[in-house]
Design a binder for this molecule. Sequence first.
Ligand SMILES: [Zn+2]
Length: 196
Amino acid sequence: MEINQTYKGNNDYEKIIAKLAKQYNIKVVRYFKGGCGRAYYKEGLIRIPKKLDNMRKFLVALHEIGHLVEGKQKTSYMSEYVAMKWALKKFKELGMYDKGAEESERRYFTKKLCQAKNRRSKIEDLPDEVFKFSRLSKQWVKKANKIYLYGRGKGWLTGIYIKYETVTKEKTKYGGTLTTKNVIKRVELPDMFTLE
Ligand SMILES: [Zn+2]
């Protein structure tokens, strides 16, 4: 792994990242290809896309810096949350804000939460602000066994399906029987930009 301690950057996006990395004393490794990133807390190092040639990749790099600036949290969702909040705040401060990029960050986070829920992680204990950010309601999450996202067009997240069980008691002449039924409910999510 080649660590670039003197990452300078070739375009405006890269120059900003280079400046922030220097400010926070973060080492930068560049991927050969791909658009993902990663943060290494112990090493104080981030891996970012080789070329930051669009806003999305730039936001990926900001996000990874956010991980190191905010530090590791108690759970991986909280680590994601604080990194994302940091990146979006910086994004706005830099005057480079883009609604589509924010939407994609937040959608990614909501998806991660739903995956966690579907793997039976206890995401209902997360703070309210995290729920607000993801647009998932604590109530639905508690009620659901599974949550699936649905969207319109190119992945614009518009709502969720929650799957849960209902139990009904039916009277028979021998007493009662319990019937469980799977219910799927479609829930529209509020527009994320009206929540702030
Ligand atoms: Zn992350």
